[in-house]
Ligand binder design. Structure first.
Ligand SMILES: [Zn+2]
Length: 58
């Protein structure tokens, strides 16, 4: 009887992808301003999205 190959790698990948999904990304704080984690642009504290690259926190 031949043993079926086990896709451990694919299963690990699936788990790590689920882990990344729960991660929330927010603004970086820099000198009382908001800094875009994507492009590093600085914005006023009332900014809701990056005017440089269009990034916004999910
Ligand atoms: Zn940006």
């Amino acid at each position: 009887m031949a043993s079926a190959p086990v896709d451990d790698e694919m299963f690990d990948e699936f788990l790590s992808q689920r882990g990344h999904e729960t991660e929330t990304v927010g603004w970086e704080e820099n000198y009382n301003k908001k800094q875009c984690p994507d492009c590093g642009g600085l914005h006023q504290s009332e900014a809701t999205e990056c005017s440089v690259c269009g990034w916004s926190p999910v």
